[in-house]
Design a protein around this ligand. Structure first.
Ligand SMILES: Cc1ncc(COP(=O)(O)O)c(C=O)c1O
Length: 335
């Protein structure tokens, strides 16, 4: 499959995702707000770009060829994106997951033909170590198979240096004063940072992280919503130097998501809700005339039974969801 609007980055970015102007989200007539709709990527998230770049570089180096195998410990958006990217390159994909994995994500991977390898009953309870060990075993049993390293590979930020940021700059005629990006491996923000620096742009970068994530000096805590945040500082994060960092509570991710859905008709996932929350907090400080962009990292459909479910919010977060709680977004953030 090859899209007719494919850019010169070729298979890295089958969709140059649309950038839309938002006029209903905030009451801020002097500030222009733009959303880049990566929820429209074929695998449903920004990780489509990351997965494409990781696999492409293995193929370019000859380490991976059609008929080859990728083995990765992942049960989230990267796993779904790798499943799809492997399909279009004729490569087998094995996802190593544990029993905490989201069932619908595993169903999607299987639908793309991926093999899902469940690691169960770790005697010491260390799921991450058990998954990593299983990946090593599978690599040993399958000569020629490779594993991508999204937490440390330069091919992760490269995806965003070569597609995400140039697409935003192109869509906004080079005038982007501020860009909000959610962070997990920090690949997305790092690629944008490199592009901004190398091209001498004045764009300020805002990292939006989860409260409870250890990125940017954060303190480890309980996190239930996937997409953003990290439990261990990934190698890539050491190079990330955002101009601002926000740490957002899960209830405010929920409120941000609901605001975006009910004011702009964009049904997005938790990390985008966090961005909406961070933007609402920062808005009073943003100079009039500014052009502010953000990424809609993934769709809200996989979050219907969490973010968009009032009972889940009450039972799990112990708070009232408040479908459109703009007022609460501003004063309850930890910055
Ligand atoms: C839902 C979601 N949120 C946030 C991000 C940013 O993550 P990272 O820092 O790993 O690039 C992504 C990346 O694809 C994503 O899919």
């Amino acid at each position: 499959m090859r899209a007719t609007n494919m850019d010169s980055a070729g298979t890295l970015s089958p969709f140059n995702s649309p950038v839309v102007t938002l006029e209903r989200l905030f009451d801020s007539p002097d500030i222009e707000i733009f959303a880049k709709l990566d929820l429209l990527q074929l695998s449903g998230s920004t990780k489509e770009r990351t997965a494409g770049s990781l696999i492409e570089s293995f193929m370019e180096s000859g380490q991976l060829q059609p008929g080859g195998m990728v083995i990765e410990s992942t049960s989230g958006n990267l796993g779904i994106a790798l499943s799809r990217q492997c399909v279009v390159r004729g490569i087998k994909f094995v996802a190593v997951v544990d029993e905490n994995a989201n069932k619908s994500a595993l169903d999607i991977m299987r639908a793309y033909g991926a093999a899902v390898e469940l690691v169960v009953n770790q005697p010491d309870g260390n799921k991450l170590a058990a998954r990593r060990q299983r990946v090593q075993q599978l690599l040993a049993q399958n000569p020629g198979a490779v594993t991508t390293n999204q937490y440390g590979s330069p091919d992760n930020p490269k995806a965003h240096y070569s597609s995400t940021m140039p697409e935003i700059v192109d869509a906004l005629d080079g005038k982007v004063d501020m860009l909000f990006v959610a962070t997990s491996t920090t690949g997305t923000i790092l690629g944008c940072q490199k592009y901004i620096r190398e091209h001498g742009l004045n764009t300020k970068l805002v990292a939006v992280d989860a409260l409870g994530s250890v990125l940017f000096g954060g303190e480890s805590g309980n996190r239930r919503l996937p997409g953003l945040g990290a439990g261990i500082v990934p190698e890539l994060a050491l190079q990330a130097e955002p101009d601002h960092v926000f740490r957002i509570r899960e209830i405010d991710m929920v409120r941000g998501c609901r605001m975006l859905a009910q004011r702009e008709g964009i049904l997005a996932g938790a990390s985008t809700g966090a961005i909406v929350s961070a933007m609402s907090q920062m808005l009073p400080e943003i100079p009039a005339g500014s052009r502010v962009a953000f990424l809609v990292h993934d769709s809200g459909v996989p979050y219907l039974h969490s973010v968009y479910d009032d009972d889940w919010v009450r039972e799990t977060l112990g708070e009232e969801p408040e479908a459109d709680g703009t007022a609460n977004l501003v004063d309850q953030q930890v910055r």
